[in-house]
Each structure stands twice: as structure tokens, then as C-alpha cells.
Design a protein around this ligand. Structure first.
Ligand code: AMP
Ligand code: MG
Length: 346
């Protein structure tokens, strides 16, 4: 299909281009746009037909619910049956921003958007291009990450262009995604707020505002028999072509272990990629892909590193591991999934 490509500078937004892309959304077609988390693949959340095109473009199973994006807090009252006090607090404190809340949906949200559930996920993004597009389209926009299902989420304009050109009707090429990991998903339909997917807004930050916050039990273990409440969580995710392993242990034990494994792979003619912190790069004997220095850098560069490893045609990727505290919880969640939970202890 023909794809209208718009290059937009977030600091000087071309409203003519935004209007063209918003018109595509209004006509029931799909548009990819940047957000502060990852690039999203959007369509009219209230139009089943339009939403079907998202699933088609991504090759995504249709029981995997979508996040509905809005440009103004007030729109939430049209979409859900009840906005509890804790939702008001989250919206006031963290919106616009990288957190999605789950509430009971009104009938106006088709089941196709909510993956057959009676609840709906809603978020107001802070990225100015996303906000302008949704405001201009004047409809709530369902938008999962703009990757082929199962692959790492796109966080750079080049990722969406290379993967999705001709699979959607419009693409907005914008800036790199600041946070680089998908939003925190917080279920507010029960008594205790529950994190279904960790993200850049951390459990610690939420507890400061809301009191007790739980992590969904499906996040603690892999067992398939735990029916993840965030339904999409059961599918393969964030996986590059290469086989990914996380290597855990003391800093120099990890480095030694990865160097030994790299030598073995070299002997077998297998290409190794090493995903590591900038400070450790100089100690590795193999091809490194750096994640930067801070945990924020790691979050923002992780998917790009996995995509780069694919471009380098790596057969095997070893990644250093990170703390589970703060934003580390979201990083390790994505890394474990991309590794299919394969861990090597150094
Ligand atoms: P993505 O759009 O790719 O960021 O994925 C959206 C994720 O949000 C899904 O895979 C689910 O994990 C979660 N989600 C969306 N809607 C709901 C819902 N109604 N209940 C629980 N989790 C949801
Ligand atoms: Mg996704």
C-alpha cells in the first residue's frame, strides 16, 4: 500500500503535515507516530474496522488488547464507566506521560480494541507530535507499539521506516523516543492498584502517591499456567533474530564469562554481539553494542541495541544484567522476555 511519509521536527511542528496524517486516521486508516515511550501504530479506537488494520499491519493476535491514546484528560470520562480517586491522582501527577491506566470500559469502546475485555487501557502521551496528531484527529487513537508482533519495539525513526513502510497508510518520522520502553500499565479496577507491565514510571513513584501498589503475580514468574492479567504478556516479545542470553554476576565475572563464551562461539563460526554499559566496553574481546551509562540510557537504547544486533547479523547476543530496582524493573522485564528467560550465571 502507499504510505504517506511526513518528517516532523518536534521543536517546530509542521501542522500541515499533522493535518494530513490526522485526516488519514479520521478516514479509518493507520498512521505510525512517535511517542515518548516507543513509536505507536495508531487507528481510530472507536472503529472496529480501523482497529483490525492495526492487528493486520503488526501480525498481532487479536486477543492482545490495545492502549487508547487521548490528547486531553477530559476525554477519559467518555470512554470509561467510572474514574476512581486513584485514577484522578495518577492522571494529575503523571499525565501527560508514560503511564497507562486500566479502567472499566463504556460500550463506545469496541471489544476489538479491548481484546474482548470489559476493561480498557488509556494513556495521554506527552510527546508533542503525538499530542498534536491526536488533538487534530479529534478521536481516541488505539496504538500498540509499531513493530511486527514479537519483535523489539521501535524507538527510532529508522526502525519504523525500515520495518513498516508500505504496511500502513501514514508514517510520521520524528525524534528518538526519550524513555524507550513501553508505558507502565497500571490496573485500577481492583482494590489495590496493580502494575501489569513495569515501565518508566516506577512502583516506587506510584507508591508515593497511592500507598500500596502490587506487581501482578505473572510478572514474578514465567509459568505459562499463570494467566497473565495483561493478556498480551503471554506472547513472545522483543525478540531479535539472534539467540539472547542475560549473563548475571559480579562485574568482572560477567566480563570474563562473556569473553570465554565469545571465544567458543568464534571457534564455531557463530557471530557474537555483546550488549553492555559504556564503561565495560573496553574489557570485551568481541563486538559490543553499548547501552550508555545510566539506567535511563539503558532504557532508551535497549531496543535499538537489539535491532542493531540483528543488522550486524549476530547469531548470539549476551547482555549484561541490571538491578531490579526503579526503572531497572522495566529494563529487566523486557530483557528477560527478549531472552526467552535464558540466564547464564557467571
Ligand atoms: P502495546 O500496545 O504493544 O504497548 O501493548 C499494550 C499492552 O497493554 C497489552 O499487551 C496488555 O499487556 C496491556 N493492556 C492493554 N489493555 C489492557 C486491558 N484492558 N487489561 C489489561 N492489560 C491491558
Ligand atoms: Mg508492543
Amino acid at each position: 500500500m502507499d504510505t504517506l511519509i511526513s518528517k516532523i521536527d518536534v521543536d517546530n511542528i509542521d501542522m500541515e503535515e499533522i493535518k494530513k496524517q490526522a485526516e488519514i486516521l479520521r478516514s479509518g486508516e493507520t498512521v505510525i507516530f512517535p511517542t515518548e515511550t516507543v513509536y505507536g501504530l495508531g487507528a481510530n479506537a472507536l472503529d472496529e474496522n480501523a482497529v483490525s488494520k492495526i492487528y493486520e499491519a503488526k501480525g498481532r493476535p487479536s486477543d492482545n488488547p490495545l492502549i487508547v491514546h487521548i490528547s486531553d484528560k477530559k476525554q477519559i470520562y467518555n470512554l470509561v464507566t467510572n474514574v476512581p480517586e486513584k485514577a484522578e491522582i495518577v492522571m494529575d501527577k503523571f499525565w501527560p506521560g508514560p503511564i497507562t491506566i486500566i479502567l472499566n470500559k463504556k460500550d463506545i469502546i469496541p471489544k476489538r480494541t479491548s481484546g474482548g475485555l470489559d476493561t480498557v487501557a488509556i494513556r495521554m502521551p506527552s510527546n508533542k507530535i503525538a499530542n498534536a496528531l491526536i488533538r487534530e484527529a479529534d478521536i481516541p487513537i488505539a496504538a500498540p507499539s509499531a513493530n511486527i508482533s514479537g519483535r523489539p519495539s521501535p524507538t527510532r525513526a529508522s526502525h519504523v521506516y525500515e520495518q513498516m513502510n508500505h504496511r500502513v497508510s501514514g508514517i510520521i518520522l520524528g525524534n528518538d523516543c526519550v524513555y524507550g520502553l513501553e508505558s507502565t500499565v497500571l490496573d485500577l479496577t481492583g482494590d489495590i492498584p496493580t502494575i501489569l507491565r513495569p515501565g518508566s514510571i516506577t512502583k516506587e513513584q506510584l507508591e508515593k502517591e497511592l500507598g500500596t501498589v502490587k506487581l501482578d503475580s505473572a510478572l514474578e514468574k514465567k509459568e505459562d499456567n499463570i494467566k497473565a492479567k495483561a493478556p498480551g504478556m503471554k506472547y513472545t516479545h522483543y525478540s531479535p533474530n539472534a539467540d539472547v542470553y542475560i549473563v548475571l554476576g559480579e562485574r568482572f565475572e560477567v566480563i570474563d564469562k562473556i569473553n570465554k563464551l565469545t571465544e567458543e562461539n568464534d571457534r564455531k563460526n557463530l557471530k557474537t554481539g555483546i550488549v553492555c554499559l559504556e564503561n565495560n566496553k573496553k574489557f570485551y574481546i568481541g563486538k559490543t553494542i553499548c547501552l550508555g551509562e545510566t539506567l535511563e540510557d539503558v532504557a532508551s537504547n535497549l531496543f535499538d541495541a537489539l535491532i542493531q544486533a540483528d543488522k550486524e547479523k549476530c547469531d548470539i547476543i549476551y547482555s549484561e544484567g541490571f538491578t531490579n530496582e526503579g526503572i531497572g524493573c522495566a529494563i529487566m522485564n523486557r530483557l528477560l522476555k527478549s531472552a526467552g528467560y535464558k540466564i547464564i550465571n557467571a
